[in-house]
Design a protein around this ligand. Structure first.
Ligand SMILES: Nc1ncnc2c1ncn2[C@@H]1O[C@H](COP(=O)(O)OP(=O)(O)OP(=O)(O)O)[C@@H](O)[C@H]1O
Length: 232
């Protein structure tokens, strides 16, 4: 049976006289992978920041069914510290043996077992995002928030990272919310795609079979039409 993790009711965020999010409603189940898509400026990142607790809503309610989960956010910018090695970035230089081991384990999980002692400047963009993912996983989050984390990567690296994130999320049964501009990415990765438009959630679409390229293409096209407003 699926259990609800998060319920968002009538969530609104205003900055002075500017509305970033308006009466958004959303329910997310434990273990679900949800993508938020929509035009730039529609309110996707605002919703993610409110869920992360980085900002307070102007009005509305955000409820975590089982109490507040451990949440980690991954951003487009990897936010690695250049003066620390890969392992140090993941462990924050804490020396406890268990943390060091956990760091090694997470880096192995993202395919960077051989890169623990190098510095971020020596890594490619995709490798840096792998480190950022390993760092996010260190806290054993129950909810992983991804704010356009693959936006700066080339197409092939992006594809590989999508697969990596998916396999990690599935293996760890992580509840995940991904903000992306890319409807193909959303259709490949998410169980459910929520379209944020005009600062609220106007439409959603379930993806039944990510393995089926034909379904992924159809879902992506339908979602795109909803975003650009050409749906019949
Ligand atoms: N701190 C802020 N102060 C003022 N306005 C803000 C702030 N943050 C966001 N906004 C405004 O709120 C609206 C929604 O922004 P948000 O970043 O959530 O959109 P988005 O859908 O994530 O866009 P993008 O895809 O370009 O990141 C935009 O019009 C933006 O200019």
């Amino acid at each position: 049976m699926t259990e609800t993790m998060l319920t968002v009711s009538q969530l609104t965020k205003k900055y002075a006289d500017k509305t970033a999010l308006s009466n958004a409603n959303l329910q997310i189940d434990q273990g679900e992978f949800v993508a938020l898509v929509g035009m730039s400026g529609g309110g996707k990142s605002t919703l993610l920041r409110l869920i992360a607790g980085l900002e307070e809503p102007t009005s509305g309610v955000l409820t975590f069914a089982g109490g507040r989960p451990v949440i980690r956010v991954m951003f487009q910018n990897d936010r690695l510290l250049p003066w620390m090695t890969v392992l140090q970035n993941v462990t924050f230089k804490q020396q406890a043996k268990s943390l060091q081991q956990q760091g090694q384990k997470m880096l192995a999980l993202v395919g960077l077992a051989d890169f623990t002692d190098v510095y971020p400047a020596q890594l490619s963009g995709g490798q840096k995002q792998r480190v950022a993912l390993a760092r996010a996983l260190m806290a054993r989050p129950q909810l992983l928030l991804l704010d356009e984390p693959l936006g700066a990567l080339d197409a092939l690296t992006r594809r590989n990272m999508q697969d990596l994130i998916l396999s990690v999320c599935q293996r760890q049964q992580l509840t995940t919310i991904l903000v992306t501009h890319d409807v193909q990415e959303a259709a490949r990765m998410a169980d459910r795609i929520v379209v944020i438009k005009d600062h609220t959630n106007l439409y959603e679409e379930r993806v039944r079979d990510h393995q089926d390229p034909a379904e992924v293409a159809i879902v992506a096209e339908r979602v795109l039409q909803e975003i650009v407003g050409e749906a019949s």
